[in-house]
Design a protein around this ligand. Structure first.
Ligand code: FA5
Ligand code: MG
Length: 442
């Protein structure tokens, strides 16, 4: 891919190098500031979540350009962790990238205002003061080279939550939460927690089993309460607008916890919600690695952290079925929402979709990654592409060469597209695949 000598991101110029792989289509997204448009569903959701955590510091303007240290090293990612690879992450250059998750700001914010040997450990950017950040939320746009379908998009938004305690305070806090709420099972969420802290999801050597269990319960209660309260608001809104019958039992939101793994938490979980008949992963979470708290200059504290995918939650709340809609500038989308309100999205007419298959031999070097194709299609077709899916793959019995076939579905969210237009796009996709990915078309 031809790379310019410098890239300008949000007014700052960065040198490029052999790692640079951020496309203009992605750079354009960094300026959209969806979380700062008060009637955008993502901003409405951000405000609702902020309101649920009045005693946490709130951040929503941290720069998306971070160092590899912030995004990976500070969180304990191994040098060979797949998340670091150019196929998964948008690099500006070797040391600078578009954050792939809001966890990139954990250490910086925990350390804000803390000093070691007279040096400030972390300074929050963008004019944010340096309070004692014992509990905070970070809402932000994040970027990943990822597959293309209705629930994955290369730019999306996350809400990070970090809650730390001094070691002797944590048990009191849990007791208070329990007193206020009673058993988890009686809440409106049908909580299926089949996970166990154990060998495959271990307590860190720095923590006692009780500390980990207490942190985990406090975290799960806190997250569960937030999700249930927000989903309940959505149901109430639908009832008052007549979209749902006014009567009926208490709404139930099946939620479940799954064991997970992150370099920066242990034990770790993912939270899933039943949505349109399928379990949708909405967040990752866990007990924070003690090394991070130690590095932040707070070795006496322990804590938990979560990272929600805001689009996934917003899709549930507003009934938005395609993740591309969040980026739509069609007034028929924007006009449906107003600050502080949850209402069901009324889909506008669906335009016909059109599928095109492309078959090709992989380069002999074997140097081909699906995400390169995803980015290429995204660059050529923009948001006209709805999904890209591999439908076939085989090795030639004699030559051993590998053939793959991908199905590209094109569908506009907001207008009619002519056949001629799609054909021209598909032709460009095909020729760019040859020129840039080194494949040979069949
Ligand atoms: C993380 O990003 C972790 N930083 C979360 C975390 C924070 C764990 C703190 C522990 C402690 P993960 O890659 O699973 O984890 O992404 C978190 C959520 O972002 C997912 O559950 C999903 O809701 C959302 N998400 C991930 N990829 C995409 C995508 N391409 N498009 C839209 N949403 C996505
Ligand atoms: Mg995940």
């Amino acid at each position: 891919m031809p790379v310019p000598e410098t890239l300008s991101v949000l007014g700052v110029t960065h040198a490029t190098d052999g790692w640079t792989n951020t496309t203009q289509a992605i750079l354009d997204k960094t300026g959209r500031r969806l979380l700062h448009q008060p009637s955008h569903p993502l901003a409405i959701l951000k405000d609702l979540i902020f309101d649920e955590f009045p005693d946490f510091a709130h951040y929503d303007s941290l720069d998306p350009v971070v160092s590899a240290y912030q995004n990976f090293d500070s969180l304990g990612f191994a040098q060979d962790h797949p998340g670091r690879s150019k196929t998964d992450t948008y690099y500006i250059n070797r040391d600078t990238l578009l954050r792939t998750h809001t966890s990139a700001h954990q250490l910086q914010l925990l350390a804000a205002g803390k000093e070691r040997n007279g040096e400030l450990l972390g300074r929050a950017k963008n004019g944010v003061a340096a309070p004692e950040n014992e509990r905070f939320l970070v809402a932000a746009d994040v970027y990943r080279r990822d597959e293309i379908d209705a629930s994955h998009y290369p730019a999306f938004h996350q809400m990070e939550g970090v809650c730390t305690f001094s070691r002797n305070e944590v048990r009191d806090q849990l007791c208070k939460t329990r007193d206020a709420e009673g058993p988890i099972a009686s809440s409106a969420a049908r909580l299926l927690d089949t996970t166990e802290i154990g060998a495959s999801n271990p307590v860190q050597p720095e923590h006692s089993a009780e500390e980990a269990a207490v942190l985990a319960e406090h975290m799960k209660r806190t997250m569960n309460r937030m999700v249930v309260r927000i989903l309940t608001k959505a149901v109430e809104a639908q009832r008052s607008s007549g979209a749902l019958p006014a009567e009926g039992g208490q709404a139930e939101f099946p939620v479940r916890w799954i064991d997970a793994q992150f370099p920066f938490t242990s034990p770790s979980w993912e939270m899933e919600v039943l949505f349109q008949g399928e379990w949708l992963e909405i967040c990752g979470c866990g007990v924070m690695k003690q090394t991070i708290l130690n590095d932040a200059g707070t070795p006496g504290r322990i804590g938990w952290a979560f990272g929600f995918g805001l689009e996934r939650l917003a899709m549930l709340l507003f009934g938005i079925s395609d993740i591309r809609l969040f980026w739509s500038s069609d007034p028929r989308f924007a006009q449906q929402f107003s600050p502080g309100q949850i209402n069901a999205f009324r889909p506008f007419s669906r335009y016909p979709s059109c599928t095109k298959d492309v078959s090709f031999w992989l380069p002999a070097s074997g140097d081909f990654h699906e995400n390169d194709l995803m980015d290429l299609v995204r660059e050529v077709a923009g948001d006209l592409v709805e999904s890209v899916r591999r439908i076939d793959s085989f090795a030639h019995p004699k030559t051993g060469k590998i053939s793959q076939c991908f199905r590209i579905t094109y569908c506009s969210m907001d207008r009619n597209v002519t056949n001629g237009e799609i054909n021209a796009i598909q032709e460009r996709v095909r020729s760019d695949m040859v020129g840039r990915l080194g494949v040979s078309l069949r």
